[in-house]
Structures are given as structure tokens and as C-alpha cells.
Design a protein around this ligand. Structure first.
Ligand SMILES: Cc1cc2nc3c(=O)[nH]c(=O)nc-3n(C[C@H](O)[C@H](O)[C@H](O)COP(=O)(O)OP(=O)(O)OC[C@H]3O[C@@H](n4cnc5c(N)ncnc54)[C@H](O)[C@@H]3O)c2cc1C
Length: 386
């Protein structure tokens, strides 16, 4: 019987293991942590956004520069396949108003339990506390509580994840044992802002109903003011452009035109403070007024353009380890069409360790599952041909 080794028990690795086992391989999954899929479980804490139910071309476009590379892989396993897969594991789903798809349980543990049971039924063996430390020829080397171990298999799939939230297992250490890695960078991350003391009362508050602009990206998502700066879905959506140096501006009244805002503010101010005048004339809520007062100084005579495009002075992205996901990773130029490392025949790679990035919204998990499936199938074909 042909043998398959998967390194990393996140969603990409488990999917690769499932495909190889279904194809008839004897599969071992080696996981560094004492339990599998810790980041997947963490994703479940915010509801587990599995995919996005939208037209395929719009879905694919979210992968930016790697959209065309991923096209065949996501065509084979895209949003509807992800939904069918989760339902097949006994997880009813619902689709939110923006097309984001979640399990109705709004967590990952029931899905993961059902998935691990299915894998066990397929004969997949999970080795916990097995930390891959590199290669010795064709053997994969591991640190385990019982000491060093070597494992060989006909094929291997690397699925070690990116380089954020290292406490959950994905520490990016694998980059040292693999050639052709594009430098890691944070993706879907918050940004630092040095707030003045005036903002203290607003820390922790959500900012809703604004538009964030950075480069050619606009987000209508919400975000939160934190002690360190800004974070949350709306910021993550524009984070790639911000990381590349585009300035951030906020449209505090995206549903009203500049002329309309200017007209409202042209009414006499009387004895009102500027903040009160804005409150009365525009009905801006306190957190938006606070942002205007914080970021808008010195105030021009005509405030309307500032309200439509308030510049927020960012002090750079939060640390890589705090990012939701990682840009960079194993370059596609080092892989063949089946995601096999051309320098290491029989070794494949999948998931966030590959060099692609996407916004939050279900795009991350979908591509992890799809590349895991693709690499697992290609590995099984390779093993059985050899
Ligand atoms: C807070 C948070 C919320 C998120 N929410 C969502 C969401 O709602 N929707 C979405 O699409 N995405 C979400 N994501 C992102 C998503 O969870 C990841 O993109 C996805 O888990 C990556 O899957 P993966 O299998 O490639 O890697 P991982 O899930 O990181 O798994 C890699 C596995 O490999 C193991 N490993 C690493 N190195 C070694 C080694 N040397 N030896 C052995 N094992 C090793 C790790 O321990 C880990 O178990 C979220 C991420 C975070 C942090």
C-alpha cells in the first residue's frame, strides 16, 4: 500500500489527508501541537466564516495577484463545494447579508469533531506532538516527547500554515528548511495609531457606517478603536493597500454627497462649539466626531472635504504574529501544477504556507481547503504512479 505523510493538522493538511486516504493511501498526519487545528478552532471563535457565496469571478478576484494561479484549484473546490463539504459533515450553514457563509453553530468544534471522526474511519493516523525539524535526505525529521524520529513515505504534503498566532502552532519555522520562500508579511492586520488622551473614552468602540479608502480599495466594513490603533474587518479589507504605503482616509458620511454635507454645515454656527455644530447639523455620532476632532486639525474653513476624506495618521501595521493571516510563503514558481515542490519530487505543499493572500470573508479557509484537496489528490496520483 502506498504511504502518505502530511505535516501540519490544520484545515489544509486534514483535507490533503482525507484525499490521500480516500484514494487508498495509508496516511499519517504529524502535528507539532498536542491537538490538531488550533487556528481553525480560533477562527471558530468569531463564527467560522467558511466561504463567501458570490459569483465565481468576484470570488476569485479576491486573491489578487495569485487569482489566475489559483483559478483551477478554486474552480475544482470553490464556495459551493466548501458549503457541500461542511454540510456533508453534518453542519447546517447560513449565509449572512454580505454573502459570508457560517455554520449555524457559529463555531468550529462540532465540524472538526465530525471531520476527525471521518478521517479516523478512513484509517488516517494522527501523531500529536510531532514537530517537523527538516529533512535528512528523503526522511522527514521530527522532535517528539520520546526524542527524535524519522519518517519516510512515498509522498508528503507540507501544510504548516503561515507565520502568525505562533502559539497556535503556525510559527513559520519551516521556511528555513524549504527553498524559495517569499518573505512573510502581515495580512488582515490592525494598524497602530498614536491616539491623544482625548480618545480614551472611545477606545473599544466600534466605528460603523463609514467608508475606508486606501489606494484603489474601499471598504464599508466596521472597525474598532483599540488602545494601539484600529482593527477589525473594515481595516483588514484595506490592509494590503495600507501595507503597501497607501494613506488611509475615512469618509464619515459615505451616503451623503460633498455638496450635501457642505450645505448642511453652511447654516450659522452661532455660539455652538465646532463639535456641537457638527453634531446638530450632521448628526454625526460621538465616535465619528471624536475621530474628526482627533485627526482633522488644523481645521480648514470648509470642513466638508475633511468629513468626506479624513486622513488617519497610521504608524505602521501591528506585528506579524497578531495578524489574522500571512502574506508571502512558498513561491508558486517553486511548485508544479499539482503543488509539488520541483526541487523535491514527491513533496507537495498546501494552505497558508503558500505565497497567496486574500481578505477575510471566508476566502482564507476556502483556499486552504482547496489547495489541501488539490495537493492531496496530486500526491495520491504521484504515489500510485510510482
Ligand atoms: C483569530 C483568527 C480568526 C480567523 N477567522 C477566519 C475566518 O473566519 N475565515 C477564514 O477563512 N479564515 C480565518 N482565519 C484564517 C484561517 O484560520 C487560516 O488561514 C487557516 O487556519 C490556515 O490553514 P492552514 O491549514 O494552512 O494552516 P494552520 O491552520 O495554521 O495549520 C497549520 C498546522 O501546522 C502545524 N505546524 C506548523 N509547523 C509545524 C511543524 N514544524 N511540524 C508539525 N506541525 C507544524 C501547526 O501547529 C498547525 O496545526 C482566522 C485566523 C485567525 C488567527
Amino acid at each position: 500500500m502506498a504511504t502518505g505523510l502530511v505535516i501540519g493538522a490544520g484545515p489544509a493538511g486534514l483535507m490533503a489527508a482525507e484525499e490521500m486516504a480516500k484514494a487508498g493511501l495509508s496516511v499519517t498526519v504529524a502535528e507539532a501541537k498536542p491537538s490538531p487545528a488550533r487556528k481553525f478552532l480560533m477562527a471558530g471563535k468569531s463564527g467560522l466564516n467558511l466561504t463567501k457565496d458570490e459569483p465565481f469571478e468576484a470570488f476569485l478576484a479576491a486573491y489578487g495577484a495569485q487569482a489566475e494561479t489559483l483559478r483551477p484549484i478554486l474552480t475544482a473546490f470553490g464556495p459551493s463545494a466548501v458549503m457541500g463539504w461542511a454540510e456533508g459533515l453534518g453542519q447546517p450553514l447560513f449565509t449572512g447579508s454580505t454573502g459570508r457563509v457560517f455554520p449555524t453553530a457559529m463555531k468550529a468544534s462540532p465540524l472538526l469533531r465530525a471531520w476527525l471522526a471521518r478521517l479516523e474511519g478512513l484509517g488516517v493516523s494522527l501523531k500529536r506532538n510531532h514537530r517537523w525539524t527538516g529533512w535528512d535526505g528523503t526522511a522527514a525529521l521530527f522532535e517528539t516527547p520520546e526524542g527524535a524520529r524519522r519518517m519516510t513515505a512515498d509522498v508528503a504534503v507540507l501544510a504548516c500554515g503561515g507565520a502568525s498566532w505562533r502559539r497556535l502552532g503556525s510559527d513559520g519555522a519551516w521556511a528555513a528548511w524549504t527553498d524559495d520562500v517569499a518573505p512573510f508579511q502581515p495580512a488582515n492586520m490592525g494598524f497602530r495609531v498614536e491616539w491623544s488622551d482625548h480618545m480614551a473614552a472611545h477606545i473599544g468602540q466600534p466605528v460603523k457606517g463609514v467608508a475606508l479608502h486606501a489606494g484603489d480599495i474601499t471598504s464599508r466594513g466596521e472597525f474598532v478603536l483599540s488602545k494601539e490603533g484600529i482593527e477589525g474587518g473594515g481595516v483588514y479589507e484595506v490592509s494590503r493597500a495600507l501595507r503597501e504605503g497607501a494613506p488611509l482616509t475615512l469618509d464619515l458620511m459615505p451616503d451623503r454627497t460633498l455638496t450635501d454635507v457642505r450645505g448642511a454645515l453652511s447654516k450659522p454656527r452661532g455660539k455652538d462649539s465646532l463639535s456641537n455644530h457638527i453634531r446638530k447639523r450632521l448628526k454625526l455620532d460621538p465616535v465619528k466626531r471624536a475621530l474628526l476632532m482627533e485627526c482633522g486639525r488644523p481645521f480648514p474653513d470648509d470642513l466638508a472635504p475633511l468629513i468626506k476624506a479624513l486622513p488617519v495618521p497610521l504608524r505602521g501595521p501591528r506585528a506579524l504574529d497578531e495578524a489574522i493571516s500571512t502574506a508571502g510563503g512558498l513561491r508558486f514558481s517553486a511548485l508544479d501544477d499539482g503543488l509539488m515542490l520541483t526541487a523535491r519530487p514527491g513533496v507537495f505543499a498546501a494552505g497558508e504556507m503558500l505565497d497567496w493572500e486574500a481578505p477575510t470573508g471566508g476566502y482564507l479557509l476556502t483556499a486552504c481547503l482547496a489547495t489541501g484537496r488539490w495537493a492531496g489528490q496530486a500526491a495520491a496520483t504521484y504515489a500510485q504512479a510510482g
